[in-house]
Write a protein that binds this ligand. Structure first.
Ligand code: CA
Length: 386
């Protein structure tokens, strides 16, 4: 330190920092930057899962609860695979199974905006969980409507919430109608629905979009960044009997539950001539936490068919990002001009299915990550700890 004091002072009367101090300061700055980056990388992404459980919804919920990359702010339930009352009860049971006592579960829309509801007991079983009987829930539903929960949660964390809807888009569309400010406050929507080619309830329509195409069109028109996890992506991820065997070997209660539900689900798909069950909803959760599960993803402009007699619910995926208009000429129209369309969705086209399924099985066979003591005898929803 003597050396330091012996140095001349500058015009402002302070000593210039020594090399040692400069190195120390740079080191501190570097450490702060690294720590900041680590904190950013480690901070989980806030998500709301909008579900219609449903076996693959159940697997998606459990994957989300078991994943430190995600912070599930709420689970909202919509009518779809099963009526909303049953879906809400299933969501409560699954949250309890995962130990997610502090995550609000709210019931939402009972039917699509305009159309009649179509349920899917043939795929998911009469109770929506492939016949798996879980204990009656002690956890209570959030007293708010699901739409209110979505609006309030997004407004409480503007720019931070990723919506992960894996059922019909009714709740999300109603939230956007009720609170147009959500268009700029939702960080992103990673939805399971639609397809570039084909469908699973009609030759051109996927079930979630087909169940409420009007709601889907509102969501795709919202301006919120969307990742459309469609059948093209989800049909690449197949849960086979080998995977079921690994789940059955595990002592984890989550794995045993998933194995039981998936038995029904796999059998349904085997009946369609497939090697196993398609992991629709879990893949949306996977892409919400790690986009690199998609090895090819392309921007597109997606429109939803709401009027076609044979094409209702089709997602018309335009990768060219151009639309040719027509202009009147006398008693006819003529082609032109061509206008440019802004992309409204990213479309995952190729999935690293093996990597995703490995993560899924690892997470489901692990002990419940959120396990906390159950609420006291009142059985109400516990207060949030954060
Ligand atoms: Ca679903």
């Amino acid at each position: 330190m003597v050396d330091e004091l012996a140095k001349p002072v500058n015009q402002l009367g302070t000593r210039p920092p020594s090399i040692r101090w400069k190195v120390l300061a740079c080191g501190m700055l570097w450490l702060c930057a690294v720590a900041g980056n680590l904190a950013w990388a480690a901070s989980p992404r806030r998500v709301i899962l909008d579900v219609d459980p449903g076996i693959d919804d159940a697997m998606a919920l459990l994957l989300a609860f078991q994943s430190p990359e995600l912070q599930v702010e709420a689970v909202t339930v919509v009518a779809g695979n099963v009526p909303v009352e049953l879906g809400a009860e299933n969501a409560l049971k699954l949250a309890e199974l995962a130990g997610a006592w502090n995550v609000p579960v709210a019931r939402g829309a009972e039917r699509p905006l305009l159309r009649r509801l179509t349920t899917a007991e043939a795929v998911h079983g009469e109770n929506g969980l492939g016949g798996l009987e879980l204990p009656a829930p002690k956890k209570a539903l959030d007293p708010r409507h699901a739409v209110e929960v979505i609006v309030q949660t997004v407004r409480a964390h503007p720019g931070e919430i990723t919506l992960v809807p894996v059922g019909p888009l009714t709740n999300v569309a109603l939230a956007l109608r009720q609170a147009p400010d959500l268009r700029t406050k939702v960080r992103e929507i990673v939805l399971m629905g639609g397809a570039v080619h084909g469908g699973n309830v009609t030759p051109v329509a996927e079930a979630n979009i087909h169940n409420d195409a009007e709601a889907a069109q509102i969501v795709f028109g919202s301006g919120i960044p969307i990742v459309m996890v469609g059948l093209d992506a989800t049909s690449q991820v197949v849960l086979t009997r080998q995977h079921l065997a690994r789940l059955r070997e595990s002592s984890s209660p989550l794995a045993k539950a998933v194995a039981s539900m998936a038995e029904h689900y796999v059998r349904f798909y085997e009946g369609q001539g497939r090697q196993g069950a398609l992991m629709h909803d879990p893949l949306a959760v996977g892409l919400a936490m790690d986009r690199t599960f998609a090895t090819l993803i392309q921007p597109a402009h997606v429109s939803v068919e709401t009027r076609g007699e044979f094409t209702y619910g089709q997602t018309v995926v335009n990768f060219s990002l151009q639309r040719t208009l027509t202009s009147p000429r006398g008693d006819r129209d003529t082609i032109g001009p061509v206008i440019r369309l802004e992309p409204n969705a990213q479309i995952p086209l190729q999935i690293d299915a093996e990597r995703f399924l490995t993560l899924f099985l690892d997470r489901i066979t692990a002990p419940p990550r959120l396990a906390t003591p159950s609420p006291s005898a009142t059985g109400g929803t516990a207060k949030r700890s954060s």
